[in-house]
Structure formats: C-alpha cells, structure tokens
Write a protein that binds this ligand. Structure first.
Ligand SMILES: [Zn+2]
Ligand SMILES: [Zn+2]
Length: 496
C-alpha cells in the first residue's frame, strides 16, 4: 500500500479525475504529475488520458489509498462511473471491443480537451484547490450549461487553444494528449495550461473563469435535446429510453444518435430542407462545408484539429454541436422519424465510407434504425426501383409553365391519384409540390415555397403519406400516377 498524502480533498459533484488531481496538486503546491505518480497513474513521465475513461480495481484502490478516498468514490471520478449509459464507454458490449486507450482516442469522448462553463468555474472558485471541471463537459453531447442557460465555451479566449489541452502541432494534429496537459506545471486550475512549443516555452495562463462577452444562449430545441441526451447518458443498465417511438437501452439510443449524426452530415443539406431549424443551422452548414474541404485546408477551416477531421466525429465547437444534436434528437423523438431517416440515408452517396460504418453500426442500434439502415443503404447493384421517399426528378422540365399549377389541383387532374389508396388529404398537398419539381427541378422546399405553402408545414415525419410510400410498390405507383397527372396538365395548358 502506498502511503496516503498528508492532506487530501473530497471530490466535488460531477468532477472527474483530471480536475480532481489538478485541485489536489494545487492545494498541496506540487505538480499534478507528482500526485499522478504517487497514485500509480503515470507511465514514464506521461499521465495517460485513458484514465479519464475508467480505472481498473487495482488502480482505483491505489488512488483511494493515496487520496484517502473509498474506491467507489474513485470509480465515480471516471466517465464510466458518471455516464454508464453512454455507448462509447460500454467496453463490455459485444461487438465493440474498445480499450480505454482507443476510447481515449475516439472523437466521441473529448479526451484531448474540455468544453467549459466560465460561470460554473467562477462559482466553484471557493472550492478548496480551485474551481471544479465537470466530467460531463468531456461528453460531445454536453454543449450547454443548464444552470447558467448558456452554451459552453471550448477555446481559451487568449490563445484560442481548446481548453484543458496541449494544443495542436503545425500539421493540425493534437500534440500528445495527457490526462492533465503540461502535467509538470504548477498552476491554478482555472488557468489555461497551454504552452507554446519550440524555442522558449511560454505558458498561456489566461484565467478561464472570466466571461469575455455575452453568453451564447441555447434555443429551446437545443435545451430539450441536451436533457434527453443527458438522461440517456446517466441511465443505468436496467433503464430504457425512447428512440423512434420504441423503448430501448441507452446504449442502443446512443448508437441511433451516432447513426443519425452521420446521416445528417453525409446527406447535407437534405436535413436542412426537411427539418425545422433548431437555431444555428448556418453553423452546421459551415461545419460540414469545412469537413468537405480537402486536407489540410480542412483542418485550418475547422480550427479544432483532430477531433473533427472525419465525419465520424462530432464538432468540438458547442454551437454546431448543439444544432446538430437538436436535429438528431428531433428525428429520434418522432415515432415516425423512420421516414426522415430513410430520406437522409437514401441520399448518401453510394460509394460513401459512411455506408460501411453505418452497416457496422446497424446491429447495435434500435430495431427500427437497424431496419431503416438495411432498407436504405444498398449497393448500387442491388438497389431496385425508386426509393420509397424518392426525391422528385425534373422529368418534365420546360414542358409546363409552373405558374399554371395551383396549390389545390383541379378535380379532373387528380383522377390518377384517386386510384391510389394513399391518405388523400396529404396526397393532395404533396402532389402539386412534386409537379412543380417535375417541371422546374426545384428542391422540395423551394417548390413548396413557390406554391405558397408555409414551410413549417413541410415536416415529413408528421405525414402519414410517407408511411404509405414506404409500403412495397407504392412509391412506383405514386410516381406513375404523377406522370399521368402531368400529362393531363400539359394537354390542357394553353399553347405558347
Ligand atoms: Zn454553468
Ligand atoms: Zn490560453
């Protein structure tokens, strides 16, 4: 047994190991690496970031002995202890053999830096050893502080480096990460620990517990999504949450979240056309635009290094992350979100590497998500017939003046539609939009707007017509009926 420290500290609510060790070291006026070494957490001079994720029982016992804690209190200082429902942390899940090290390198756990709430840091300044860094700030779906009703910060206002990090190398990759950046440095936990590399090393030291401007406010959709995700992350293994109208384990819910994020990004801007704006949609567009640029331009445009270098990782910046998660939860909250997902997944490029990842993910998702992935993602060779939620092709471009298409189609135009057993009211709303698309090539959103439909009424997930279209044969029948309607309209149009 290692000798206990002469003085120790109680863990603060929500705190994780890096913040705890930082406070303890500051209180003892030693470097964090020295405390880490006594606790058995160092490898050579390194303090590995994987300890943030989980500790084995022997490690937890040693930390407990040194810091005068109970081993259960030490396990509670890890993300595995604080967010048991979070998929990425379920290393015992069959099919996901992730070691703590690979999880520490996974963009779905923010191991290289921490988001933060400057107001929370200020409020906990009186806590012995300095302010408290919350563990939940390391989860990519924690993008706001409910207590202060603000989106979190993520960069140091002085050096622009992501907070609680070692920063980037010149090629945009993270410098080697550690549980605590610059672990040999003695510094108040509220201050930026970034040190410039090369020549003379300079520590930034900027206080992060000071506001530098008005706090960015979340929209109601962002706050709602944040609550749903936080509840799922803290759900025990015996608790279920709702995803796509089904009760599922938190683990399957988070796999649905990951799948939906990939689908939204890979098919962008389809989601922008079919979903209500949760706020900051432009930030999502800018994020995805940056992701699509070639490397290394992409790294510079994103400004968040390795974390967001692939579509698989969530944005580091809480603003696009909040909007993206709000869109994601809006889809998963909807019992008929299946249809929206089918549309997004069907719009992914056929050669997309996202396809491969989604197929790997499919067995670990909710059964509804598994089904929609199986149905929507097919190789070009096996895909047959129009997609159930077919984007309307411009098959009649120039053959009919769109100004002659009324928002309510004349009775004798709709005869071919009456032969379908589709929900009639929704069908009669949908058909004129598709007719305008057929003759103009407009997007669905633009066509609806052209006809004068309020855009809020476009939400497809609320539409039983989409459910009908998903049934075998109906998409083909609808397409064929629309062609007949178009021919009637063209035959009747005044000759120019
Ligand atoms: Zn706060
Ligand atoms: Zn700084």
């Amino acid at each position: 047994m290692t000798a206990p420290l002469p003085r120790s500290l109680d863990p603060a609510p929500g705190e994780v190991l890096p913040g705890y060790l930082l406070r303890l070291a500051h209180r003892l006026a030693v470097a964090p690496r020295d405390v880490g070494h006594l606790c058995g957490l160092t490898t050579g001079s390194n303090l590995p970031a994987r300890h943030l994720v989980c500790l084995n029982d022997a490690q937890a016992q040693q930390v407990a002995d040194v810091c005068r804690l109970h081993p259960a209190e030490v396990h509670a200082l890890t993300l595995a202890g604080q967010a048991p429902g979070y998929t990425a942390l379920r290393i015992d899940d069959p099919g996901r053999h992730q070691s703590p090290t690979s999880m520490a390198n996974d963009g779905w756990v923010l191991t290289a830096f921490s988001r933060y709430c400057p107001d929370c840091l200020t409020e906990t300044n009186h806590v012995p050893g300095g302010p408290v860094w919350q563990g939940s700030w390391r989860l990519p779906h924690t993008y706001l502080c409910e207590r202060h009703n603000r989106l979190l910060a993520w960069q140091c206002p002085a050096c622009q480096t992501p907070a609680f990090s070692n920063g980037y190398r010149s090629d945009g990759r993270w410098r080697p990460t550690q549980l605590i950046p610059a672990p040999g440095l003695r510094l108040d936990p509220a201050r930026c620990r970034h040190r410039t590399g090369g020549g003379r090393v300079v520590t930034c030291g900027q206080p992060l517990d000071q506001r530098t401007g008005p706090a960015p406010r979340p929209t109601p959709a962002m706050t709602h999504a944040h609550r749903r995700l936080a509840e799922a992350a803290t759900a025990g293994t015996d608790q279920e949450v709702t995803s796509l109208g089904q009760q599922v384990s938190a683990q399957r819910f988070f796999n649905d979240v990951r799948t939906t994020v990939s689908a939204i990004r890979g098919s962008w801007p389809v989601a922008r056309e079919v979903l209500a704006d949760p706020g900051s949609m432009d930030a999502v567009a800018a994020h995805i635009d940056a992701l699509r640029r070639p490397h290394p331009e992409r790294t510079a445009a994103l400004g968040d290094g390795r974390v967001a270098r692939t579509f698989g990782h969530p944005p580091a910046d809480p603003v696009p992350a909040a909007a993206l998660m709000a869109l994601t939860v809006a889809i998963l909250d909807d019992p008929s979100g299946y249809h929206t997902l089918a549309r997004l997944l069907s719009a992914l490029p056929a050669t997309s590497t996202v396809h491969i990842r989604l197929r790997q993910h499919a067995p670990h998702c909710s059964s509804t998500m598994t089904a929609v992935i199986g149905r929507s993602i097919r190789s070009p060779q096996t895909a047959a017939g129009p997609l159930p939620l077919f984007p309307q092709p411009a098959t009649h471009r120039g053959r009919l003046d769109p100004r002659t298409i009324p928002i309510v189609l004349p009775e004798h135009w709709v005869a071919p539609l009456d032969e379908l057993d589709a929900p009639r009211r929704q069908l009669l709303r949908d058909a004129p939009i598709r007719l305008v698309q057929m003759v103009t090539g407009y997007s669905r959103r633009s066509a609806a707007s052209y006809l004068g439909f309020p855009l809020g009424s476009l939400h497809p997930a609320a539409d039983p017509l989409r459910a009908w279209q998903m049934q075998p044969g109906n998409a083909e029948a609808y397409q064929s009926a629309l062609h007949r309607v178009a021919e009637i309209a063209i035959a009747e149009a005044p000759r120019r």
